[in-house]
Design a protein around this ligand. Structure first.
Ligand SMILES: [Zn+2]
Length: 321
């Protein structure tokens, strides 16, 4: 699950950093001088405009920040706070330690440290969330003041992310195949995608979305073939999830495909369209209104790129419902 990173930024250094490397993101040109080609390639995939909101923390006294920074993962949400409110948030894309880059971007603090524990952000949003609202969401005392860099544990983070709608649909936390498997076993009794999408099965959806979209911002609907931002696409099960055996659920490469929220997901799930021999067709068992027929006509006879020898049996199951 995604975590929340508290990043109080009221002091002079932090205010300057926010202006210099978040509000005015760092250009890829500068980063290229310091980072490996592999890292640059990764970053370029996330930042087509080649400007990268960048933040960093110092090791701190007795390296107090190092362990906290170590917990940061892709998809975690940083909240910047100052003057009694959370004023901005951003989603973690990538992190790395780099002293020279940090020194170049921000120099050194009074104790001779630099902000070398770096993380790159995206989806920077402005907010005006007063501390009191934040405190109540986290169930802290009303007069609590965010002090110091910190990475909150998952349970607290979840309260904040859902209270203030800060979750990213693009950058998802790493979920290993083992964790996915565990999740499948643990939630085997959950019988529909809805429980799966909200709350408890998040790891499963995270994993499936990551496998499908690989943290890309844009994906292609497997039904209509249109390109959409990934937050308008779902990882839809071809064979209804609740009817899948454990083995089928674990066959994640074949059991899900991206479908858009502009109707394809629903049309497929409710059986108004089927995929037959690789082609999208209307379902003769269903009754249609003229408007629905118009909609279906737009996608009918399209080839479904996800239909192959491995997925065929799932499409056939779907067709027979
Ligand atoms: Zn679609």
């Amino acid at each position: 699950m995604n975590k929340v990173i508290l990043q109080p930024s009221g002091n002079k250094d932090a205010r300057e950093h926010y202006e210099n490397t978040i509000q005015s993101p760092v250009s890829m040109q500068v980063l290229t001088e310091y980072l490996s080609e592999e890292t640059i390639n990764q970053l370029e995939a996330f930042y087509p405009d080649r400007s990268v909101p960048t933040w960093g923390v110092t090791p701190g006294k007795n390296n107090v920040n190092v362990q906290k920074w170590g917990k940061i993962q892709t998809g975690d949400v940083t909240v910047f706070s100052a003057n009694g409110q959370i004023f901005a948030s951003g989603v973690v894309v990538l992190k790395l330690q780099h002293k020279e880059l940090a020194a170049q971007l921000w120099g050194y603090d009074k104790s001779g440290q630099t902000w070398e524990y770096i993380y790159f952000l995206d989806e920077i949003k402005q907010h005006a969330i007063p501390y009191i609202e934040f405190n109540r969401a986290v169930r802290y005392a009303d007069n609590y003041i965010i002090q110091g860099f910190n990475v909150l544990r998952e349970e607290l983070s979840e309260r904040i992310l859902s209270s203030f709608d800060l979750k990213s649909e693009i950058y998802l936390p790493d979920v290993s195949e083992e964790e996915y498997e565990q999740e499948i076993l643990q939630f085997e009794d959950h019988d529909n995608l809805d429980t799966n999408r909200s709350g408890k099965g998040r790891k499963e959806q995270s994993f499936l979305r990551r496998k499908l979209f690989k943290n890309k911002k844009v994906g292609v609907c497997g039904i209509c073939g249109n390109q959409y931002p990934v937050d308008l696409l779902v990882a839809a099960h071809i064979k209804k999830r609740s009817k899948c055996s454990r083995e089928e659920k674990l066959d994640y490469k074949n059991i899900v495909m991206p479908m858009c929220k502009f109707g394809c997901d629903d049309l497929f799930e409710k059986g108004y369209i089927v995929v037959c021999d690789g082609k999208i067709q209307r379902n003769i068992k269903k009754s249609y209104t003229p408007h629905l027929l118009e909609r279906v006509a737009q996608i009918e006879t399209r080839e479904c790129k996800h239909w192959n020898d491995h997925t065929r049996k799932y499409f056939e199951w779907h067709q027979q419902q």
